[in-house]
Design a protein around this ligand. Sequence first.
Ligand code: ACO
Length: 430
Amino acid sequence: MADTITITDNRTGKQYDLPIEHETIRGIDLRKIKVKDDDFGLMVYDPAFMNTASVKSKITFIDGDKGILRYRGYPIEQLAEKCTSFLEVAYLVLKGELPNRPQLDRFRSNIKHHTFVHENIKKLMEAFRYDAHPMGMFISTIAALSTFYPEAKNIFDEADRQKHIHRLIAKVPTIAAFAYRHSKGLPYIYPDNDLTYAGNFLTMMFRMSSEQFKVNPVLEHALTVLFILHADHEQNCSANTMRSIGSSYVDPYSATAGAAAALWGPLHGGANEAVIHMLDEIGSIDKVPGFIKDVKEGKGSRLMGFGHRVYKNYDPRAKVIKKLAYEVFEVTGKNPKLDIALELERIALEDEYFVKRKLYPNVDFYSGLIYQAMGFPLDFFPVLFAIPRTAGWLTQWEEHILDQEQKIARPRQIFLGSGERDWLPIEKRK
Ligand code: ACO
């Protein structure tokens, strides 16, 4: 059988054979389908890209029906269990292979070389209001980095590009920690390059004057796992934003700032914060059934941390995080909201409304509980997501700009507005 599809246009009776490759037809092939020669040709209307593949990618694989997530072929469960550092996974995502020892050492040293920020970046951050949202500070500061590295616009210079990728991965924890210290009115702590990626970040966040400060190894490990789980997630809203902005060939700092802005929304990386607010609003286990009833009847909010555009099964990251939560609570004490979350999950997984719509816990359902128990404020949660995802965004960006099939991202529209009409003087307008 041929790998083609035959489409009959019932308006004209004409038939068109279109090639099928990777279970996909090319949108542009539909443009041949016309009634008159001077017609524009058929387009696809696909709001929110529900059924449109916009890229060919070799980075991350998701099978949403089976609940599978792999980076470069490696199951997320194995990476979360076996990798001892975030940079090992960042290397894998970026380069396509797990690093051997010398490769990892070199990568680590490249990253460590760039962890400090220019003192003017510090001054820039000091200018924010005391109550500025840390994600707003984070996004603006990442964007400001482009002014410090004007050569970053040379995106097709391989050596330059790698330097900017290393620099961004290195600096995001520093900028994130400075944003937190700023909001607390605490002095900024400079990076300690003898520590791991997660350990250094926790130290910049929480070290007070004591020279003895030592990160708890269980919490350091938990944050490493959380960073690994969040490193990439194929063509989600922020990755698509990164690619779309990057397709104009702007520098990677500006594109990363845009991707981080996309992540901030409550339907994307802001959901873990929304989960905590929801658990607070529910307040106690006995209120769970009433809350679920309200969700189903469309009164109030959705069940935050549930549902996913791609996963129609349990998000594999949520499974790892749920287990991790118990390890963290051994150290921090149990987050009292855990029982409400468990009851919500139990009821929702049995409820016909959620079962029918294949709504399962996503990565955000339990991650907020861990972050909160570790002492991170709620408004800092999206920043915690953005730190590891920077590696994923940069990988998606690099794949995109080097892909010969890609062009500047530019969808079409179906225009439904007014036809041509004549300008009216203001006195004659209704
Ligand atoms: N609670 C209740 N009902 C829901 C939920 C939810 N969390 N999610 C989806 N539904 C319902 C919708 O109302 C809709 O029902 P209907 O068919 O009767 O109208 C149906 O399920 C399909 O929902 P859509 O909105 O069409 O699904 P979509 O793929 O567009 O949305 C999304 C995915 C945005 C994640 C959605 O499930 C949601 O809003 N979840 C809550 C927010 C959240 O947890 N976001 C984090 C996602 S993970 C991440 O970004 C890291």
